[in-house]
Design a protein around this ligand. Structure first.
Ligand code: HPA
Ligand code: ZN
Length: 328
């Protein structure tokens, strides 16, 4: 099995309908149906905001530390089966605290799930994301509310509805996060244009761009990303589901990104909604694009080199990728 680092997965986007039903029943919450297959029928989207409506609706069932533990440990077990050795996992505290869920429930539940995974040999970390469509003032409050748990997460990200909420709005929040020694990433260039990627780099000082597909529209930006080897976390099945790439996987821009010399790796985004975890994303995109073993291994190596793990661990995982490739 090819070793991988998962750098772009929203833990709330791993809420499979079966677990959703189980948690809703446990918490006495009404759902439109208790049949996972019926719930799954709603998972047809035309754009990011259509998806987010369902995503925020569904996560309303998550209330207790036990719920977050079940969510996190279900994902981490699945990730282990996908070959994930290191995971940097997004979570959206504002989407829960705004509903009255205490922030301790998130950190306790997700933290216990991560501890279990670490005990089983996986490396796992959390990155808290700000909901850009809730604005910068709420983001700052969310950061301040999370700082008492500073040792339980390694960085900050920016997600939710992109267009109309440019990165520059969040300059003070990211400056504060940097002052706290937090790593910085942001979704940019998923639906928003290349200028969102520029702002994330120049104004927020992010070290990695989530998605970034639309960067290809701007040759100067491509040059910058290549020169500085700024990582892009690309999510092919998400792009397909949300129509942020052409409708056929065979037309996905990943080969262009590789040819341009960009530091790209493949990830899953919201696997319960978009039809596959990181292994599925990699297998399907490599098959559709007829990427050979060497390119596939390069994507796996990039996933580790784009991570925030310590350099010596990264090099050990890269050696494992080389060994897996040699054995294949
Ligand atoms: N894009 C932006 N925000 C998100 C996503 C996504 O795919 N998933 C959860 N929040
Ligand atoms: Zn995402």
């Amino acid at each position: 099995m090819l070793p991988l680092a998962e750098l772009h997965v929203h833990i709330e986007g791993t809420l499979e309908p079966e677990l959703l039903v189980r948690i809703a029943q446990r918490n006495g919450i009404r759902l439109p149906s208790y049949d996972p297959d019926v719930l799954r029928e709603r998972y047809a989207f035309d754009r990011l905001t259509d998806f987010l409506d369902v995503y925020y609706d569904n996560i309303g069932v998550l209330r207790t530390a036990e719920d977050f533990y079940d969510l996190g440990s279900g994902y981490l077990r699945r990730a282990a089966r996908a070959g994930v050795r290191h995971a940097e996992i997004f979570f959206d505290p504002q989407a829960h605290t705004a509903r009255g869920v205490p922030i301790d429930a998130l950190f306790d539940g997700l933290g216990s799930a991560l501890s279990d995974a670490r005990r089983d040999g996986m490396s796992a970390e959390l990155i808290m994301c700000f909901l850009r469509d809730s604005g910068p003032d709420k983001a700052m409050l969310a950061l301040e509310a999370a700082l008492p748990f500073r040792d339980r997460f390694i960085g900050v990200g920016l997600d939710s509805a992109e267009v109309g909420y440019p990165p520059s709005l969040f300059v003070d929040v990211y400056a504060r996060a940097a002052a706290e020694g937090l790593r910085r990433v942001a979704h940019a260039g998923e639906e928003g244009g290349p200028e969102y990627v520029w702002e994330a780099l120049d104004i927020l000082g992010v070290e990695r761009i989530d998605h970034g597909n639309r960067a290809l529209e701007d040759p100067d930006l491509v040059h910058r990303l290549r020169d500085q080897q700024i990582p892009l976390t690309v999510c092919p099945l998400s792009n397909l589901a949300l129509r942020t790439a052409p409708p056929r996987l065979a037309d996905h821009p990943l080969p262009v990104m590789l040819e341009e010399g960009l530091r790209v790796s493949v990830h899953s985004d919201d696997p319960a909604y978009f039809g596959g975890y990181i292994d599925d994303n990699l297998a399907r995109v490599c098959e559709a694009l007829q990427l050979g073993q060497a390119a596939t291994a390069q994507l796996a190596i990039n996933s580790f080199r784009s991570s925030f793990a310590a350099a010596e661990r990264v090099e050990a995982w890269v050696a494992d990728v080389d060994a897996a490739q040699a054995a294949a």
